[in-house]
Design a protein around this ligand. Structure first.
Ligand code: NAP
Length: 295
């Protein structure tokens, strides 16, 4: 089967590599051409624009930053929908606002193409290992068509409802994750200010009920011993913005999310946008330490 893949970033590249390993013919495009080099070496055909990818592929996967990127890639000049896309299937796997997923679906359907949103739980390691969890919104028949592709990328596929519901479920997951990094920062700031060693705090947290799945692997980054970036603060900030907007649509006040938005905004303003989200912990510790020094 001819597949298309748009967006070879931190998540997109390992996902594309898995599809190449599974012997799919893969047509790829990335806004910055340098990020297509590895996929090209592994056998992917690099296209000059998204519309060429769509013209060559039966199913097209996209893994992009945010709504603006997805709208540009689908609806821009030379975008995915610029040519004839009748009977093609688009699998949109970025984390988007539910309303944007529905807008993209409508644009695809008007042109006779099918669309599902299938954002994922899991980061770069699970993407490399095909152990993501896809949260799918769309018609059952479209999911069945997507399944052979999603099976290569995921350990679990959950059909949560109509188009947009996959994106809503993804935002539901991401709020507690964002809260975790923020509250870990505050907890560690308190312990550290009171004289506990940061390494001891993290070691004890890891072995307690206050851990979470993603935390132990991030301890080296929090201690400043590794600068590996899998999920950056820019992306966390964008997700929290979407979470607040979506919550407000349903009259949920989103108080915790608003607090996190101020700390991710401050971290971005301090040049940490492209740092790993776990850096938020050290940023919060240092912010409290600096304000203490001023008092
Ligand atoms: P990333 O490394 O920053 O990659 C983003 C991709 O989007 C790049 O290919 C980038 O192209 C492309 N892009 C950005 N703006 C564009 C535009 N205007 N037009 C065309 N392409 C554009 O991000 P990522 O970490 O892979 O995340 C991708 C998506 O997955 C996001 O929606 C994120 O929320 C979600 N996600 C991430 C993780 C994670 O752990 N990283 C986990 C689950 C879900 P360039 O190379 O040209 O910049």
């Amino acid at each position: 089967m001819n597949l298309g893949f748009i967006g070879l970033g931190k998540m997109g590249e390992p996902m594309a590599m898995r599809l190449l390993d599974a012997s799919f013919t893969l047509n790829v495009w990335n806004r910055s051409p340098a990020k297509t080099i590895n996929a090209n070496k592994a056998g992917a055909v690099v296209a000059s624009c998204p519309s060429v990818v769509a013209s060559r592929s039966e199913i097209i996967i996209s893994m992009l930053n945010d709504d603006d990127a997805a709208l540009e890639v689908f609806e821009g000049a030379d975008g995915l929908l610029a040519g004839n896309v009748e009977d093609k299937l688009f699998i949109e796997m970025s984390t988007l606002r539910p309303s944007t997923a529905r807008k993209l679906a409508t644009s695809c359907n008007i042109q006779g193409a099918a669309f599902i949103d299938a954002p994922v739980s899991g980061t770069v390691g699970p993407a490399e290992e095909g152990r993501l969890m896809a949260l799918v919104g769309g018609k059952e028949a479209d999911l069945e068509r997507a399944r052979p592709v999603l099976d290569i990328l995921t350990r679990r596929i959950v059909h949560v409802g109509a188009v947009g519901q996959g994106s809503l479920m993804k935002l539901v997951i991401n709020l507690p994750l964002a809260v975790y990094w923020h509250s870990l920062g505050e907890a560690a700031a308190m312990g550290h200010a009171g004289g506990l060693e940061l390494s001891v705090i993290l070691d004890v947290m890891k072995d307690s009920g206050a851990s979470m799945a993603a935390f132990p692997k991030k301890i080296p980054e929090i201690l400043g011993e590794s600068d590996l970036v899998t999920f950056d603060i820019d992306t966390l900030h964008k997700d929290v913005e979407f979470i607040i907007e979506t919550g407000m649509d349903f009259h949920v006040p989103m108080a915790a999310a608003k607090t996190i938005l101020s700390s991710s905004k401050a971290a971005k303003e301090n040049g940490l946008g492209s740092a790993d989200a776990s850096e938020l912990v050290r940023f919060i510790i240092n912010s409290y330490r600096n304000s203490e020094n001023k008092d």
